[in-house]
Design a protein around this ligand. Structure first.
Ligand code: RAM
Length: 920
């Protein structure tokens, strides 16, 4: 960072003397507000504004920026920033610059643009970007909650809750030309919104789920073009989601239920003549629960009877005489908040790869991929014929679907035909995790062309790409991406198929960091940090599942501690300090809570719940038929994590401006370290605790091992892997989070590579060898008992994806200069790996690392985005053996040689494209 700053100051001085022509620097692009493109209806009063600079030049740094925010496009076009004119601000910050203008009130439209001066020239103004404010105060809502707070006679609201969807409508007049219309709504558990028969937005399963006792997300849409001058109809379908939860009258002490679906909607119209009108939910709306959507239950599936369709129900002329007046219903307890993470969408579609005929008129459809979403069907037949679709991840010995691992989740959709021509259908308010579908009752002979898999997950951009010369690694990576995206459901869930689908914290503590290379998960995880904060009790305890749809307050360090680790990830990967600042006090109160209750005088944290969850049974046979659902609580794990978090808290405290705490946590950490070594170190085995791989990994990685013993402990780790495990891992959810990086950081990336490329049990390659297209919950997923055996879980990814990007590709954010402002590029070459090609779309732009090696030669193409810089480590046998382009490295003006050490040359480079060649 220092060098960058020095460079900037130097160049800045130059620029004052010479005004630079504007060439080679694009106008700022990809403008984002709170990391979202043109968000409608936000509730952050001083949002963070970001942009990217594109240039074909090297070493481009921003010297200053100028932001204009205006209340109208016209003003902005005339360069009037009536809301904020930042003036020229000398700063290299181009990511999350905080809005600092006039106070932004509810409903405000904000148009903005930015231009920058760089060391290589000045840009033009960017294109206009936009954000608008939502309803910031409770008093802004004039609407009232409506719905039906009861089950209808055709509903069966027992354990397997079957509740029909509610259809709500209202006709209203907008009899003057409309200037702007925006709709603000909370449709719980899920909604679909229509104006005049047209669906608004392509979001599905919206809004993002929360603990509705704590907070509720509202969505906002600009519907100006959806309104007609004259009569209009607004229609909403409400599904159950997590609001009317999947299991009713069942373990109420554990499973939260919120009530019956309900709606709060406010349409605000501004006419061209300046007058305003508000259409709101009230008891003038009509509704029915007797529509075609008979039941929708996330675990059990959706049933739709097309014979009961009500054509035109969401248009003006529909005769709604059989509909009933809606009721005013109790408002949910939760606080209203704008949803700042994208809703889910149908993000991809896949064609089935095969269909086989079973006996009894049943067929098995194979999607070729374990996917999350639903099946869209195309069918032609007689009215009343029923197509029954049962979803599963695996097949049984007879070629039928195996559903034991779904437990009591029925995962069944039923479509009843209306019988006039080709009918197309997909469910609305449920999703399934499946590769296979059993089809029964299909009229005629179905072919693959009758079906399409619609893949549903949060509409967040894919940011990473990663391929290597090793096809097994490529397949593992691909499988990982399917599991990651499939389990993004407005919150990260553990699995998409069985009767669980809960946002378990422990599964993501390190996972979120690896996932961030593949998808821009910044807004999703910022929301999740809030979810976790809301789930905290006043005494400080944090649950294992948040939003706490299941009440699990079991008190341990590893699951709840995800609170800190996600905030840390958002800081490291996105340079976002808000989550850790906002939640700092709550994190501290949780740590205090755990310490006060469970820390002994010698600083051992005695309480744990899950231990190293799901360690692999010693052999694949040993785990055959056995349930993995066994806990092995470990004081070593909790104590090690308390120490680790004390380190994080020192950094957080500094950033949050709580300087006194820095020393407090440093002192506490010292004491824990002493206690930890006293109690857990065993000289006779040169290792810790039970001398498991995980016990020693945590000690070494967290810095708990005294300097003079580090080599010995590393040696113990290596011996466990090489001798005891024959080159395999033996870690569960906890140890796997640190495995690959610990080996790499301690000079044994060769061993990490071996583990990553094993095809035998246990390992990711073993899953692939056994037909996996996703990541399994269990290392022995093909032999374990079905009761806890998901084929689409991310927890065993550990730190593998981080290792792929940071250690194999060599793309890492410098923790000292986060959000990829400074990039550390240090690929680790492996025998047998000839090629790695990766890219990552960082907050500054695309980073690329593409290397090829032969026995003697290393070639590396790099891209560093403008306004960032990199420290790169080029493998080489000598300084003189490296060239960049045509130049010897020592004579190249664009690179700065820092040192040559351990067969690598460390260089500092600015942005741009580079091609290095070296002799090995
Ligand atoms: C399982 C979940 C989850 C895990 C917990 C402890 O049932 O699937 O992955 O975190 O248990």
């Amino acid at each position: 960072m220092n060098t960058i700053c020095q460079k900037i100051t130097f160049i800045f001085n130059l620029i004052i003397l010479v005004s630079l022509p504007a060439f080679g620097i694009s106008e700022p692009v990809e403008l984002r507000c709170e990391m979202i493109e043109n968000p409608v209806g936000i509730d952050v009063k001083n949002p963070g504004l970001s942009w990217k600079i594109i240039s074909d030049k090297r070493s481009v740094y921003q010297i200053s920026y100028h932001i204009l925010v205006a209340s109208s496009v016209e003003k902005l076009d005339n360069n009037i920033g009536d809301l904020w004119d930042s003036g020229d601000v000398k700063s290299d910050q181009s990511h999350l610059v905080q809005y600092n203008g006039a106070e932004l009130k509810s409903r405000k439209d904000c148009y903005w643009k930015v231009k920058v001066i760089t060391n290589k020239g000045e840009s033009e103004w960017s294109e206009t970007a936009y954000w608008s404010m939502g309803l910031l105060h409770y008093k802004d809502w004039y609407a009232r909650w409506i719905g039906f707070d009861y089950a209808f006679p055709w509903d069966d609201d027992s354990f397997h809750s079957r509740l029909s969807a509610r259809y709500l409508r209202k006709v209203f007049k907008a009899d003057k030309p409309v200037k702007q219309a925006k709709v603000y709504l909370m449709g719980l558990g899920m909604y679909e919104l229509y104006f005049n028969g047209n669906r608004i937005g392509n979001q599905v399963l919206a809004p993002a789920p929360t603990d509705y006792h704590e907070n509720i997300k509202y969505n906002v849409f600009d519907v100006t073009s959806a309104l007609n001058e004259g009569e209009n109809a607004v229609g909403v379908i409400l599904g159950n989601g997590r609001y009317h939860t999947m299991r009713q009258h069942y373990k109420p002490y554990k499973i939260k239920n919120f009530g019956f679906p309900k709606l709060l909607l406010q349409l605000e119209i501004e006419y061209a003549d300046g007058s305003k009108q508000i259409i709101k939910t009230d008891n003038s709306w009509k509704g029915t629960a007797n529509g075609p959507l008979i039941t929708n239950n996330e675990y059990d599936g959706e049933e739709y009877d097309a014979r009961k369709e009500m054509p035109g129900w969401n248009t003006v002329n529909f005769i709604d005489s059989s509909w009933i007046q809606v009721d005013y219903v109790d408002q949910p307890d939760g606080k209203y908040e704008a949803q700042m993470n994208p809703n889910m969408k149908v993000m991809e579609t896949i064609k089935p790869v095969g269909i086989t005929n079973l006996s009894g008129g049943k067929y098995i459809l194979d999607m070729g991929q374990n996917m999350v979403g639903w099946l869209k069907i195309k069918v032609e037949g007689n009215a009343g014929e029923k197509v029954k679709l049962r979803f599963a991840e695996i097949l049984n010995d007879k070629g039928g679907i195996a559903t034991e691992n779904l437990r009591d989740a029925m995962c069944t959709d039923i479509y009843t035909l209306k019988g006039n021509g080709i009918e197309e259908w997909a469910p609305r308010f449920v999703y399934h995790g499946f590769r296979y579908v059993e089809i029964a009752g299909f009229p005629g002979v179905p072919t693959v062309d009758n079906f399409i898999g619609e893949v549903v997950y949060d509409a967040i951009p894919q940011t990473g790409s990663f391929t290597t010369s090793n096809s097994l690694i490529n397949k593992i990576y691909k499988n990982a991406t399917w599991s990651i995206k499939g389990n993004y459901k407005g919150m990260p869930v553990d699995c998409p198929q069985r009767n669980e689908r809960q946002p378990w914290l422990g599964d993501r503590s390190t996972g979120c960091y690896g996932e961030s290379f593949v998808y821009d998960n910044s807004t999703l995880y910022a929301k999740w940090v809030d979810d976790i904060g809301y789930a905290q009790k006043s005494d400080g305890t944090i649950p294992d599942v948040a939003p706490a749809f299941w009440r699990y307050y079991s008190d341990n360090m590893t699951w709840p501690g995800t609170y800190l680790m996600v905030a840390d990830m958002l800081y490291r990967q996105y340079g976002d300090t808000e989550p850790l600042k906002t939640h700092y006090a709550s994190m501290k109160s949780w740590l205090d809570y755990m310490k006060d209750r469970y820390m002994t005088e010698d600083y051992i944290l005695t309480k744990d719940s899950y231990g190293d969850w799901c360690v692999p049974p010693a052999t694949i046979e040993e785990g055959r038929g056995k349930s993995a659902n066994v806990k092995h609580p470990s004081k070593l794990i909790s104590t090690a994590y308390y120490y680790y978090y004390s380190g994080l808290m020192q950094r957080f405290a500094r950033i949050a401006g709580c300087d006194d705490d820095v020393e407090y946590y440093a002192n506490l950490a010292e004491k824990i370290k002493a206690g930890f070594n006293q109690v857990f170190f065993r000289e006779d085995q040169m290792g810790y605790g039970d001398n498991t791989l995980t016990d020693n990994l945590l000690a070494l990685q967290f810095g708990l091992v005294p300097e003079n013993k580090r080599d010995d402990v590393l040696n113990t780790i290596v011996t466990i892997i090489q001798v005891k495990n024959d080159g395999h891992l033996s870690t569960g959810l906890i140890g796997t989070q640190w495995l690959m990086r610990t080996l790499s950081e301690n000079g044994r990336s060769d061993l990490a590579y071996r583990i990553a490329t094993n095809k035998t049990y246990p390992g990711w390659g073993y899953m692939v060898e056994n037909g996996a297209t996703t990541i399994w919950e269990l290392w022995n997923g093909n032999t374990a008992a079905a009761n806890m055996n998901s084929y689409n879980h991310v927890m065993m990814l550990g730190d593998l994806i981080i290792w792929f990007y940071e250690n194999l590709a060599g793309i890492k954010s410098d923790p000292e200069d986060p959000g990829f402002k400074n990039i550390i590029m240090k690929p680790e070459l492996q025998d047998g790996l000839d090629h790695v090609n990766a890219s990552y779309e960082s907050p500054y732009g695309k980073i690329k690392s593409n290397w090829t090696r032969s026995k003697q030669k290393f070639t590396w193409n790099i891209t560093v985005p403008a306004n960032s810089g990199a420290r790169i480590y080029v493998p080489a046998k000598s300084l003189n053996s490296i060239k960049e382009g045509k130049d010897k490295i020592t004579e190249n003006k664009d690179v700065k040689v820092v040192e040559f050490k351990d067969n690598r040359v460390l260089l500092e480079i600015g942005s741009g494209e580079y091609r290095f060649e070296s002799k090995l």
